[in-house]
Design a protein around this ligand. Structure first.
Ligand code: SF4
Length: 453
C-alpha cells in the first residue's frame, strides 16, 4: 500500500508541524493531578469488570540512550533489583483487595530494560505473579528486551513464565547514528538475540525503529529498514523521534548534531513505508507495521484496533493495571499514575500506602471525546451521529470542530460527509493534528508535547 506522496507539500509540513500528543490516552497524562481522591480512583477500579491487563515497569538500564524519554534508573548494579521486586510484591499486596478480578488476560513487562534482570530475578517475578494472579484463557504475555543485556538463559527464564511475545529496540543499525545517540548495538547482537528468542518458542517478535535521529539520512535509513526486514520480525513500530528535552534533559546532547528537518523525516518515513509494504507488511494505525497474517493486521482490517498507554492493541475492555514506579493504570473512567521517582515509590510502600501520585476521573464530556479521538486514531473514520448518540447527545455539539476541520478537508487530509469524517491516506500521517481538533484541553498544554512531524 502506498499511502503518501514522495512530494509531500512543504507548505503543509510547515502548517501542521506543531506540538501535539500521541493520544495513548484522552485526556492525556498532562491533565492528571494530585487533588483527585484516591478512594474514587480505587472505587472505579473495583467496579470495572475484569479480566486484567497487567503492566510491570522495570526501570533499570545499564546506560542511558540519549533519545530516551522513558522513566529509567541507570545502574550497573544488579543487586538493586531485589529491593525493587520487594517493593512490587508489597504494591501487589496493597492493590489486590481493590481488584475486581485476579484473572490476567494480558501481561507486559516494560521499562527500562526488563532484560536487565538476572535469570533468578525473572524466576522470582514469575513466582510472585503466579502466587497472586491466575491466567485467563490464552493470555498474551509480552516483554521488552535489550539485546545488549540479554543472555540465552534470561530468554529461557521469560519463556518459563509463559512469555511468547518479545519486543526490542533496534532504532537504527548505522554505526554513526548509534554513536550519536549513545546506543551501540551491532547487527550481530541483534541476530543472536533473535535466534535465542525464536529458539525459546516466542511466536511474536516486534522491533522498534526511530526516524529523525542525528546523522540519519533517507539513504542510511533505507539500509536500516532493509536490514530489519532481513531480521523477519512479525511487527515493526516505526516511531518519529520526539524531541522533548524539557521532559528528558539528556536529549539536549542530541542538539550538538543537526537533527533532520521535517521534510527529511517525512522522506525517511516514505522510504520505510515503501520498503515495508513491498516486503508484505501492512501499515497499522499511525506508526505500526505487521505481517498481513498477524493478529494486529487482522484487527486493523476488521476495525478491532484499540489504543492504550502501550500503543496499539487488539484487546479491549480490560482493566489496565500498572505496577512499579511511574506506571499508569486505566479502569472504566479513571486513570492512576504511580510516583515517578524510586525514592517516592519506595517511601509510600514503606508507609503501607499505595504509591499513587496523581490521577484523573473522566467526566461524561471526556468519555465522549475519548471515543471520538480513539476512533480517529484507530479506525481513521468516525460517524459523529453514532458516537454522540451513544453518549446521549448530538453532533451539533461539535459544530465548531467540524468548522475547524473544513480547513483540513481543503488540504486533502479529511473528507467530511454530514456527520461522517474519513481521514485520507495523506491525512493519516497528520492524524494527531486531526484528533487535536477534538481535544478540549489542548491549548494551554500544547507546548509541552513533541511536534507532530
Ligand atoms: S531506550 Fe530503552 S535501553 Fe535505552 S535508556 Fe531508554 S529504556 Fe533504557
Amino acid at each position: 500500500m502506498k499511502a503518501f506522496s514522495n512530494n509531500f507539500n512543504p507548505d503543509l509540513i510547515q502548517k501542521y508541524n506543531r506540538a501535539g500528543p500521541r493520544y495513548t490516552s484522552y485526556p492525556t497524562a498532562l491533565q492528571f493531578h494530585d487533588k483527585v481522591d484516591t478512594a474514587d480512583l480505587l472505587g472505579d477500579l473495583k467496579t470495572t469488570p475484569g479480566p486484567l491487563s497487567l503492566y510491570l515497569h522495570l526501570p533499570f538500564c545499564e546506560s542511558l540512550c540519549w533519545f530516551c524519554a522513558c522513566t529509567t534508573v541507570i545502574t550497573r548494579n544488579p543487586d538493586r533489583v531485589n529491593g525493587y521486586l520487594d517493593a512490587l510484591e508489597k504494591e501487589i499486596q496493597l492493590l489486590t483487595p481493590h481488584l475486581p478480578a485476579r484473572e490476567v488476560a494480558q501481561l507486559h513487562y516494560g521499562g527500562g530494560s526488563p532484560s536487565f534482570l538476572e535469570p533468578e530475578h525473572i524466576r522470582r517475578l514469575n513466582t510472585l505473579l503466579g502466587a497472586h494472579f491466575t491466567d485467563a484463557p490464552a493470555p498474551e504475555k509480552s516483554v521488552e528486551l535489550d539485546p545488549r543485556t540479554l543472555t540465552e538463559e534470561k530468554v529461557r527464564a521469560f519463556a518459563e513464565g509463559g512469555f511468547t511475545r518479545a519486543s526490542f529496540g533496534v532504532q537504527d543499525v548505522n554505526p554513526a547514528v548509534q554513536q550519536a545517540v549513545h546506543r551501540v548495538q551491532p547487527d550481530e547482537l541483534n541476530r543472536t538475540a533473535i535466534g535465542w528468542i525464536r529458539a525459546a518458542g516466542f511466536n511474536s517478535l516486534n522491533l522498534d525503529l526511530i526516524y529523525g535521529l542525528p546523522k540519519q539520512t533517507r539513504e542510511s535509513f533505507a539500509e536500516t529498514v532493509d536490514t530489519v526486514i532481513e531480521y523477519n520480525p512479525d511487527r515493526i513500530a516505526l516511531f518519529s523521534y520526539a524531541h522533548v528535552p524539557w521532559v528528558a534533559p539528556a536529549q539536549k546532547i542530541l542538539e550538538r548534531s543537526t537533527l533532520p528537518p521535517p521534510e527529511e523525516k517525512l522522506a525517511m518515513f516514505q522510504v520505510a513505508l515503501d520498503r515495508l509494504s513491498a516486503a508484505g507488511y501492512a501499515f497499522i494505525g499511525m506508526d505500526h507495521f505487521a505481517k498481513e497474517s498477524d493478529e494486529l493486521a487482522r484487527a486493523a482490517r476488521s476495525g478491532g484496533l484499540h489504543r492504550n498507554f502501550q500503543g496499539y492493541t487488539t484487546r479491549d475492555g480490560l482493566s489496565l493495571c500498572g505496577l512499579g514506579m511511574s506506571s499508569i493504570s486505566q479502569s472504566g473512567r479513571a486513570y492512576r499514575q504511580n510516583f515517578k521517582t524510586l525514592d517516592a515509590y519506595y517511601g509510600a510502600l514503606a508507609n503501607d500506602r499505595l504509591p499513587l501520585e496523581r490521577g484523573y476521573l473522566l467526566s461524561a464530556a471526556d468519555l465522549l471525546r475519548r471515543d471520538i479521538i480513539m476512533g480517529l486514531m484507530c479506525r481513521f473514520c468516525i460517524d459523529l451521529e453514532d458516537v454522540t448518540h451513544a453518549h446521549n447527545t448530538s453532533p451539533a455539539e461539535f459544530a465548531p470542530a467540524l468548522a475547524e476541520l473544513e480547513a483540513f478537508a481543503q488540504d486533502g487530509l479529511v473528507e467530511i460527509e454530514g456527520p461522517r469524517i474519513r481521514v485520507t491516506p495523506t491525512g493519516r500521517f497528520l492524524i494527531r493534528n486531526i484528533a487535536m481538533v477534538f481535544d478540549a484541553y489542548l491549548r494551554p498544554a500544547e507546548n509541552r508535547h513533541a511536534r507532530t512531524i
